[in-house]
Design a protein around this ligand. Structure first.
Ligand code: NAP
Ligand code: MG
Length: 511
């Protein structure tokens, strides 16, 4: 990789509480996908750098100071960190907007405030009672038993480019709250918000050296070291199902704990009695938030035959009005895709949909506007006449492409909704909430929203059924993924007569 020496600021690795240049002194640019402008030069860690970061995290964990800190004290510290991040949240929003193509409105109304809420949630949970009694045990021995939850150790965490700040919080906040140490790696396309967050954390001086380490660099180099190192205890990953499979295989060599948040092809089901005004705009929100670059997007829209024509006419009319633009423009509804490669991949899927026989009632195009020529822009596509078995209905496109599938009867809709390798999320739209709950119960997905979409709460679990992942993030479920469970047994009778095991191996030794 060339060693770019542009004027753009250079960003180093954060290891053992210090910023340090990568050993091989390699940097690569990160760009603004709205304009192609280079925003910074990012250190490219290699295996040796990765080992240094892992070692720092290992030593900080084994030292015991962080892991054994009183839960209340760790909670107080994390709350102070969130206060510091909140005070400088505009710097993070700016990084998120420029580096990842997140629109101004989405950064300020969603990603940054929600990230702060989620971090606070885990700061609060850090003070959770770590001791749980086990109900009375009389066999095999009258005893008092309790369970303590303890940190797992060194947690390696790999983040995708679509929600860089939020996904970093979902990983580091529960890991730190539980008393683990962390080596976190942002996606190559979007390192800046995590690096800004790290700068803020560093400036507070609140975390002991080595507790929190950040390495930037190619996933294909850094990832295998994180996933196979015997010094790492857990790997948490958000990204594609394809890389998730590789990670699971690599983690097998040392039986690491693994949590995976992977892809989706989520069904969004309109029932006949839905409030159409709400369901139509809700379907646009479900699909086109962040241009469809969200794992839980409702990209398969099931519409009943009885209201199909009216629904599609109104949906297309609204979708055609969405405004493409630079991410930092407050008027923009849809920003750029993340990269030239992603744009090409989306265009190939549009071509494939036409070849497969679907009808593009709204056909996505690159915009003509002169100021959008250097970014990776494409307007929304809506396909009708989609059969659920088509590749465009089964494969994750990760762009602004909506597949509409007509159904006759609810059983038909539920069968097709579940006919996918994924199971991350779903939507159901109906005025009859009881009926909608009945449908929700039959969908194989980790989250189902009724008359809503993308409503992810700090207190509720998020994660996938089937090939959408393993484990859950958020809620108390998200914290427990970062805690080991230890059972401690204390007998109430230590006399020989109270120990039934004397009679199994050593009865002849009895006095
Ligand atoms: P990706 O290629 O899987 O990359 C995700 C992360 O993994 C990046 O940090 C990447 O690093 C790293 N990586 C790449 N190859 C690796 C390897 N061999 N070992 C370890 N790490 C490796 O996915 P993406 O294209 O960035 O993100 C889009 C995908 O993520 C979509 O499929 C989407 O559904 C999924 N996603 C899921 C969720 C969820 O919550 N379930 C959330 C967001 C996204 P580099 O950037 O350096 O390549
Ligand atoms: Mg970038």
């Amino acid at each position: 990789m060339p060693n770019h020496n542009g004027d753009a600021p250079h960003h180093n690795l954060y290891i053992n509480g210090e910023w340090r240049a990568p050993l091989a002194e390699q940097y690569r640019p990160t760009i603004d996908p709205s304009t192609g402008e280079t925003l910074g030069m990012i250190a490219q860690a290699d295996i040796e750098d990765t080992r240094l970061a892992i070692k720092a995290a290992r030593d900080a964990f084994d030292d015991g100071y962080w892991a054994q800190m009183a839960p209340g004290e760790r909670s107080r510290l994390l709350h102070a960190l969130v206060d510091a991040i909140e005070a400088r949240q505009d710097e993070i929003a700016e990084a998120e907007m420029r580096d990842g193509g997140c629109t101004w409105r989405k950064a300020y109304l969603l990603d940054i405030p929600v990230g702060l809420i989620h971090f606070r949630h885990f700061a609060k949970l850090a003070d959770m009672e770590p001791l749980e009694p086990v109900s009375q045990i009389t066999f095999p021995a009258m005893s008092y038993n309790f369970v303590v939850r303890e940190p797992i150790g060194v947690c390696a965490q790999i983040i995708p480019w679509n929600f860089p700040f939020l996904m970093a919080i979902w990983k580091m906040a529960p890991a730190l709250a539980a008393g683990n140490t962390v080596v976190i790696k942002p996606a190559t396309f979007t390192p800046l918000s995590l690096l800004k967050l790290t700068e803020i954390i560093h400036d507070t001086g609140l975390l002991p050296p080595g507790v929190f380490n950040v390495i930037t660099g190619p996933g294909q180099v850094v990832g295998p070291e994180l996933c196979t190192s015997p010094l790492v205890d857990k790997i948490a990953f958000t990204g594609s199902t394809e890389v998730g499979r590789e990670i699971m295989q690599q983690a097998a060599s040392t039986i690491k704990k693994v949590t995976l948040e992977l892809g989706g092809k989520s069904p969004n089901i309109i029932l006949e009695d839905a409030d159409l005004d709400l369901a139509i705009d809700g379907s646009l929100w479900a699909t086109f938030m962040h241009n469809g670059q969200a794992c839980e997007s409702g990209t398969r829209l099931f519409v009943p035959a009885s209201i199909y024509d009216e629904f599609i006419t109104r949906l297309v009319d609204r979708a055609a009005k969405l405004k493409l633009g630079h991410s930092s423009d407050g008027e923009t509804d849809l920003g750029p895709l993340i990269s030239a490669g992603q744009l090409k991949s989306v265009e190939e899927y549009i071509k494939l949909g036409i070849e497969e026989g679907a009808t593009p009632v709204l056909l996505g195009k690159r915009p003509d506007a002169a100021d959008l020529q250097n970014g990776y822009f494409i307007s929304p596509t809506i396909f009708t006449d989609v059969d659920n078995s088509m590749r465009i209905a089964q494969e994750e496109i990760f762009g602004p492409v909506l597949c509409v599938i007509k159904y006759n009867g609810l059983e038909d809709a539920i069968r097709m909704a579940n006919d996918t390798i994924y199971g991350l999320a779903a939507g159901v739209w109906s005025r009859d909430v009881d009926n909608a709950i009945g449908v929700a119960r039959r969908i194989q997905a980790g989250t189902v929203w009724i008359n809503d979409y993308h409503m992810i709460n700090a207190e509720a679990p998020f994660g996938g059924y089937k090939q959408s992942g393993i484990g859950r993030e958020l809620g108390t479920w998200g914290l427990k993924e970062y805690l080991e469970v230890k059972h401690i047994h204390v007998p109430l009778n230590n006399a020989r007569s109270g120990k039934f095991w004397f009679d199994i191996v050593t009865p002849q030794l009895a006095d």
